[in-house]
Write a protein that binds this ligand. Structure first.
Ligand code: IPM
Ligand code: MG
Length: 368
């Protein structure tokens, strides 16, 4: 059988630095677990714009459609802020999501015991937290038409459109219910049905899919603003949260910070199954390109490494090795190793990006 294939798009800022640590883990999988990946690398974001004048070249897009999974680092940087909207680094990422039709974005927020003190919330609120936000990723206000900046009379008007079809809501709802069944069997759906028609439809369709196909799963509905408040008040009330593209963007940043650091959180963006049965998939850390610390060795590679673990679990049916990587991360944190983002100013000396990667590889070795 052919080796599993990966396309690595490290991107901008700290992307290449954290991805270098993932490559160590990929190498470890080959050397110690006998799983060799065929790895291709290419450009996305600002670096692609610098070379090709577009944030994602058509050839790169075509490669992304062919591989078993895409691993992405991060895109963006201040030098690209003044570019035309159509070629901004983020457009490269949005094109990948849209053309691969990655409608279900899983964003786990898990609090590692060793970091519970580091959250801005009280320890008992976050200790042991383990929730997943399922964010719809290919529709809603991010992509709805009409959109643009138009002139009306003597002023400009900015327009974006929130638009959801029943089938778009149904498929992301199914993925949330499927996930819940493997977890605590609870889904909370968030929208603004009190002010938006798209929210009313969202609530109806989620309820319908539940009643017809997943009556065993416990379902609740919440307005998204209340959801934001509840996430901060008592996040452990949730198991799986399913929500639209924009609410999911905002709520997942909020959920991320509950765990202490954005530098810890992975994500998976999944589409429909391909001919080989694997879902179309892209894995990326939730954090951005952090241009302020790029090149300083301060970046935390854990989110990117855990994203690779998600790839093993969701694309390659290697849940055991995914768990092994997650345990290795837990181990190095329990040993007190910290990158700069996981420390206060008084907490001693942080280790570097590469030292963190090496420590995780050493913990993996010790696990065999
Ligand atoms: C995210 C990011 C992206 C988004 C940006 C970079 C386009 O914030 O993945 O959450 O808004 O979806
Ligand atoms: Mg975001």
């Amino acid at each position: 059988m052919a080796n599993p294939s990966l396309l690595i798009l490290a991107g901008d800022g700290i992307g290449p630095e954290v991805m270098a640590e993932v490559k160590k883990i990929i190498g470890w999988m080959g050397a110690k677990r006998g799983v060799t990946f065929d790895v291709t690398e290419d450009l996305v974001g600002g670096c692609a714009y610098d070379k090709h004048g577009v944030p994602l070249h058509d050839d790169t897009m075509a490669k992304a459609q062919e591989v078993d999974a895409v691993l992405l680092g991060a895109v963006g940087g201040p030098q690209y802020d003044t570019l035309d909207f159509s070629v901004k680094p983020e457009r490269g990422l949005l094109r990948l999501r849209k053309e691969m039709d990655l409608f279900s974005n899983l964003r786990p927020a898990q609090c590692f015991d060793a970091l519970a003190d580091f959250s801005s919330l009280k320890k008992d609120v976050v200790a042991g937290l383990d929730i997943v936000i399922v964010r719809e990723l290919t529709s809603g206000v991010y992509f709805g038409e009409p959109r643009g900046i138009f002139v009306e009379g003597n002023e400009r008007v900015g327009i974006n459109t929130q638009r959801y079809t029943e089938s778009e809501i149904a498929r992301v709802a199914r993925s949330a219910f499927e996930l819940a069944r493997k977890r605590a069997n609870k889904v909370c759906s968030m929208e603004k049905a009190n002010v938006m028609e798209s929210g009313i439809l969202w609530r109806d369709v989620v309820q319908e899919i539940h009643d017809k196909e997943y009556p065993d799963v416990q379902l609740s509905h919440m307005y998204a603003d209340n959801g934001a408040m509840q996430l901060v008040r008592w996040p452990k009330q949730f198991d799986v949260i399913v929500t639209d593209n924009l609410f999911g963007d905002v709520l997942s940043d909020c959920a991320a910070m509950l765990t202490g650091s954005l530098g810890m959180l992975p994500s998976a963006s999944l589409g429909a199954p391909m001919a080989n049965g694997r879902p179309k998939a892209l894995y990326e850390p939730v954090h951005g390109s952090a241009p302020d610390i790029a090149g300083t060795g301060k970046a935390n590679p854990i989110a990117c490494i855990l994203s690779f673990a998600m790839a093993l679990r969701y694309s390659f049916d290697m849940g055991e090795d995914a768990t092994r990587i997650e345990k290795a991360v837990e181990q190095v944190l329990a040993d007190g190793l910290r990158t700069a983002d996981l420390m206060g100013p008084q907490d001693g000396t942080p280790i570097s990006t590469t030292q963190m990667g090496d420590a995780i590889v050493a913990a993996l070795d010790a696990s065999l």
